[in-house]
Design a protein around this ligand. Structure first.
Ligand code: N01
Length: 865
């Protein structure tokens, strides 16, 4: 084999697989590749194995996942032979562990240390990557794997004057191997993230004076370090395989019971008790899971945040310092919280001082210390704990050039785009271990690393077995995953923080949520499904054949998927197999379990005269003083179910978002009163509301007619009847996932007819109860078949996974063709019922906001009658 030297050891000219990095992921990758008989070589700039644990040698450096879980699980022998001494091991102990693992499998033999891959380019002709090392050596490989870590490239210090300083300077992420002596010295620490919070108490023990420069206070909870957690250890001893499997299928990569306690509804006692338990547990996932809604609901989040602030105020004696240490600019958890040992207590020491950079920013580093806007401070040592160019930094710091000459840096100029965080389109045979848009830093890295390495190893093995030698994700699959990853983040509070998760800590970096927050379990399922479905979304090529099962692996909104999974887990009988009475009782009971929706100004129940007796209605008034525009609203329920109660949260939401008074009118239901009773009632109700607008607190001439599902059908029909009758004046119509036609043969009926709550079978059941076959084609039942010219401007909302999608789209299109102003909102990833699930399906909120905005945009439109 031809080789090119790199100083200490030879670098082979050709390997099957080149791996960058010899930390947790690189070591296991190398192990798996060897096991499968691939020739493989790993490269690391460091002098030995360890990755992050090689570089981050600062005092106090420890893991923040308990050692019972922060370890390899692939070989039970490792677990038997290695014993951790602490719950959160120190950096030297973790480094010793990784050295031990490397020794067990003689991995160093295939690692070139002190060697950085400086550039990599894809050669389509040979279907190989050509890598260049910092020593000028070249390596050709079929597959190129970056196992370079998420937090391995320290951020360039962006404070002016750093080069001028004449004292000792240290960077936590590049700590020297020799012990640093702080005794008797005046020390500055800049940065209060995990690294700062870990090293500050330890440095304080030695330094003569310690000054901490804090730009953003961080949430931290006591680690309560000690022996490895006895409860977890006992579970491992009792059933090691079961424990590890539970970790693999958990939300965060550690076995953990998820709570169903909501911060919004829990009693004060329960809130406090759950918080105290988590505080005492000293585990990240415990404090991140005090309430099931703290990651998505600001009110619930603030409860936890404030309880932590209370602890800080209790611990820190000086009230001003305590207040400065209290984080207030981001929701709890949206920046990575820290686990500390005596961090806040350290500020009670007489020689420790906090400088709040929000009040007195740094002007520059001087030759003797640091100048703030208020004072000049001199130091013997400055420690920068200023963080990393996280996740994408280490990947784009290598000049990676893919097929067609595009560099990774250019491709990701506006943010990373990956398929599953594993690969990126345009870069064939290039894999990332824990890349952006995979759970990585939001999970127990040990579990996520093993999952990625196993997926890649299995993939390479399958390619070899099938005589394939090139794999690349398709643009469609990648765009779908990027969207899904973004959708997952968007329903949480995470994007609100200026965190390194968002790339916000590095000036000029695109602001994009980098990791995948859907959970280790959901993520693993997606990866497994991709492989099982013949690598859906990947293009596979070999000397003899090519194939591509193109597609998107996750198209539902993540919270909609959770609701569907939950409903499926209940194993309920389909509604169409129930009696009407049972179906009504079931629908009412389900509605009663949902959150109540937002507070409005006033709610009043009353009746209005209908053609066959009084009709009940509920009036929702906005908090602002009136008069208000009016919305006459008709509930959903297939003409069979529901009442003015059933859509209550949605009506409250509609009232607040539009600033209109909503009048939700009940109407006669089938089969007791069949077609056209409901339509007659709806028209009569709108006539009465228009006639009594002023008395209802409404602005005459500002009446919108709205509805959801069958109620939207009634709204559409009412607008047609009003036009034909020459009144009343209707300013706008809002049709949310409407029934518009009796033809159940449209593609959305077959595509979305099962598994998305409203089924094709249930829709048939509704129609059968409501109208005879012969009546259904009348415009009073199928408004799509009516004349549409001259109708009021319409906002039509359709949901992607709704059997009624196509008839809603057809109605929007037909209205437009008839000259009616239309705003058609397509709710991506939603089902028929999800947009009305206020405070349950968070991803519905932006759609409802758009809906309200669209209604507002028609406010000045001329009335069409
Ligand atoms: O970095 P950080 P880190 N002037 O980015 C401040 C993992 N980790 O190395 O927030 C003044 O969190 C910056 O301020 P601000 C863990 O995932 C784990 O501490 O940008 N200050 C912030 O306070 C962690 O989240 C462990 O306003 C400046 C700090 O520096 C991740 O690594 C241990 C500044 C940087 O905090 C990163 O942690 C250590 C400036 N110009 C790390 N620039 C474990 O426990 C930045 N800052 C396993």
């Amino acid at each position: 084999m031809a080789t090119s030297g790199n100083g200490s050891a030879a670098v082979p000219a050709e390997v099957d697989v080149a791996v960058v990095g010899a930390g947790f992921s690189g070591l296991y990758m190398l192990y798996r590749l060897r096991e499968l008989g691939f020739s493989a070589m790993a490269f690391d700039e460091a002098g030995d194995v360890g990755g992050t644990w090689y570089w981050n040698r600062y005092p106090g450096a420890r893991c923040d996942i308990p050692t019972t879980d922060y370890a390899y699980s692939f070989d039970p022998r490792l677990e038997k032979d290695w014993t951790w001494s602490e719950k959160y091991a120190t950096q030297p102990e973790i480094l010793a562990y990784l050295r031990y693992v490397a020794g067990c499998y003689d991995l160093r033999r295939d690692i070139r240390f002190g060697t950085r891959i400086a550039a990599a380019s894809w050669d389509e002709a040979s279907r190989r990557w050509r890598l260049r090392t910092n020593h000028g050596g070249e390596v050709s490989c079929r597959y190129y794997i970056m196992a370079s870590g998420c937090l391995s490239l320290p951020k360039t210090t962006d404070i002016p004057g750093v080069d001028r300083y004449r004292g000792e300077v240290y960077l936590t992420g590049r700590w020297p191997h020799e012990e640093v002596d702080f005794s008797g010295k005046r020390v500055a620490v800049v940065g209060t993230g995990s690294s700062g919070i870990q090293c500050i108490p330890v440095i304080a023990r030695e330094a003569a004076r310690l000054t901490v420069f804090q730009r953003t206070p961080n949430f931290s909870v006591p680690a309560h370090n000690g022996l490895p957690p006895p409860d977890r250890t006992a579970q491992l001893v009792a059933d090691r395989d079961g424990y590890r499997e539970a970790a693999r299928w958990s939300r965060g990569g550690m076995p953990m019971e998820l709570t169903d306690v909501s911060g919004l509804t829990a009693s004060e006692d329960l809130r406090r008790q759950r918080f105290e338990d988590a505080w005492q547990a000293g585990e990240l996932f415990a404090i991140l899971g005090v309430f099931n809604d703290q990651g998505i609901n600001p009110v619930s989040n603030e409860l936890v945040a404030e309880m932590i602030r209370e602890k800080i105020r209790e611990i820190v004696s000086d009230p001003d310092t305590a207040e400065a240490l209290c984080p207030k600019d981001h929701p709890f958890g949206t920046k990575r919280p820290c686990l500390d040992t005596s961090y806040f207590e350290t500020f009670n020491l007489p020689h420790v001082r906090l400088v709040d950079l929000r009040r007195t920013p740094i002007v520059a580093v001087t030759d003797a210390g640091i100048d703030t806007v208020e004072e000049s401070l001199e130091f013997d040592v400055i420690v920068f704990a200023t963080g990393f160019d996280a996740m994408t930094g280490p990947l784009v710091s290598v000049a990676v050039t893919g097929a067609g000459g595009l560099t990774l840096k250019d491709k990701w100029e506006h943010g990373p785009a990956t398929y599953l965080g594993l690969m990126t389109a345009g870069f064939p045979n290039f894999f990332m271990i824990t890349g952006p848009q995979s759970p990585s830093v939001l999970s127990n890295m040990a579990v996520s690393i093993e999952q990625h390495v196993d997926w890649v190893a299995d993939c390479l093995q399958r390619l070899r077995t099938e005589d394939l030698d090139r794999i690349e994700p398709t643009p469609l699959a990648e765009a779908g995953w990027v969207q899904h990853s973004q959708d997952c983040a968007d329903i949480t509070l995470y994007p609100r923080a200026n965190s390194w998760y968002m790339g916000a800590n590095v000036p000029g970096k695109p602001r994009v949520f980098l990791p995948y927050i859907g959970g280790v379990d959901a993520y693993r399922r997606a990866c497994d499904e991709v492989a099982e479905q013949d690598f859906v979304g990947f293009r596979l090529d070999g000397p003899a054949a090519s194939r591509c099962n193109d597609g998107v692996i996750r198209r539902l909104q993540p919270d909609v998927a959770i609701v569907l999974e939950f409903m499926a887990s209940l194993g309920l009988p389909p509604m169409e197999t129930m009696t009407v009475a049972d179906a009504r009782a079931f629908a009412a009971a389900t509605a009663a379990t949902l959150p109540p929706g937002p507070e409005v100004g006033e709610i009043a129940d009353a009746v209005l005269p209908g053609p066959a007796g009084d009709l009940e209605y509920r009036l929702y008034r906005p908090p602002s003083s009136g008069p208000h525009p009016l919305i006459a609203y008709f509930h959903g329920g297939g003409w069979v179910l529901g009442s003015q109660d059933s859509d209550d949260p949605f009506c409250r939401d509609l009232c607040l978002r539009t600033g209109a008074a909503v009048i939700s009118v009940n109407y006669r239901h089938a089969p007791d009163d069949r077609f056209p009773a409901a339509a007659d009632d709806a028209f009569a109700a709108v006539q009465w509301i228009a006639a009594n607008a002023a008395g209802l607190g409404g602005i005459p001439g500002q009446l919108t007619v709205a509805g959801w599902s069958a109620g939207a059908s009634l709204a559409a029909i009412t607008c047609q009847l009003a036009r034909d009758a020459g009144g009343p004046d209707i300013a706008r119509q809002l049709l949310l996932t409407p029934v518009t036609d009796c033809d159940l043969g449209r593609p959305s009926y077959s595509g979305n007819g099962e598994g998305f709550v409203l089924t094709a079978a249930l829709m048939r059941w509704f129609w059968d109860h409501y109208a005879d076959e012969a009546e259904r084609a009348q415009p009073m039942a199928s408004p799509l078949r009516g004349t549409l010219a001259g109708l009021p401007p319409a906002v039509v909302v359709t949901a992607e996974f709704d059997p009624l999608r196509d008839e809603g789209e057809a109605y929007a299109e037909a209205l437009g063709a008839a000259g009616v102003p239309v705003r058609h909102i397509r709710a991506r990833g939603h089902v028929h019922t999800s947009l009305t699930m206020v405070d349950v399906v968070i991803s519905g909120a932006p759609v409802r906001a758009e809906m309200a905005e669209a209604l507002g945009s028609f406010r000045s439109a001329p009335i069409q009658i």
